[in-house]
Design a protein around this ligand. Sequence first.
Ligand code: ADP
Length: 432
Amino acid sequence: MQNYPLWYYYRLLIGSIIVLAVVGALLGHVWLVLSLGLTFFVAWSIKQQHSLLKWLRNPTGAPPSADGLWGQLFDELYNRQRAHSAEIFRLRALLQRVRASAEAIPDGVIMVQNDGSIEWWNASAEKMLGLKPDDRGSALTNLIRDPKFVRYFKRGGGDSIKLSAPGREHVRLQMTLVTYNQTERLLMVRDITRLLQLEQMRQDFVANASHELRTPLTVLRGYLETILDQQERVPSFLHRPLKQMFGQSKRMGNLVEDLLLLTRLDADETDMLSSEVFVDNLMDQLVSDAQALSGEKQHRITFINEAKINLLGNPNELRSAFSNLVFNAVHYTPANGEITIRWQQEGGRLIFSVSDNGIGIDPAHIPRLTERFYRVDISRSSATGGTGLGLAIVKHVLQHHDAHLDVHSKPGQGSTFACVFPLARAATPSNP
Ligand code: ADP
């Protein structure tokens, strides 16, 4: 159908009126002929409207053909309807492809409304969580009732959590809640049973190996100590090797103890984390141990308790973490250096910090310090009997206590290692 501009139709209308008026004048009935012409036009328009309506109600196939503007209107509607159908078809195919790919994902995927009602899930989620068709629309927290999950869902997600599958204790799942628009969230579920088993095997192996090494090492160290106590009875050429053997056996002993502590930390995530830790007592003990370690190096070690508040946590773990920081300060600060230990409250945080004016650390090393076996300078670290596990232990302990480690250091000027705890870890002050 050809598209004519508006003026064409105005010209057609005026031309028709003139022709009808001329015919009416010739017949002597101008108004009658004009009225008949108008009636015919209205009747034709009603007929076109009716055919349009009929076609719109059942738009299969092409629309009825018509002349003039009506024809153009039909064609326009037909073209739009065809484009619309093609778009719907394309979107449907896309949706099917997206669904098929979501079904194929080995991880469980569940779409949830903000109010917690389940909207859609894939086959893996069905298998892992035992979802049934009736569960559509019901609350996710009714299906996964573990209080840990309920709290996680209420706070809107965050770092992944690990849980047992509902009704199947031995199956461990990792869940991550993602908010992807204003009204909906996505719960990703991964079966990590096998991964945890492997992790457990690794931990057991390290723990068993370390445990088995402990006894022979103690025997070796004991004999070496006894021999060194009676140096005068030993040929002089053996003095140096024996001292070195004793130093290295001590180092191996530290390594074994650190490995055992790390595997223990890996194993129990929530054990005894809310005992009151008496900071003053702990520090008195730590300062005197540090002074003993410093020995002839005569560091000035001071403890300043500004917070006057105790900490909630696991006393043994915290003692390990704090002593690692204090002993590191002793190891990496030259003789007569200053070491300041501070316990302070700053805003919404409790901070335990150890500052020294020792050798410091190049900024390039700082992000990697808490990696297991990472050392800035292997020779210097070995000289101190370091294992490279101390700061890994600190990081682990702090993670257990919702805290983190901040490190500030300048080579040649000194370092500050700060353990930053949330105020929720403060215990009500009391006397030991
Ligand atoms: P290590 O047992 O070797 O001391 P750590 O994990 O405790 O292992 O420390 C990692 C590295 O960080 C150390 O090798 C050392 O180079 C550096 N380091 C730790 N504390 C300090 C400090 N107070 N001053 C300078 N360097 C430090």
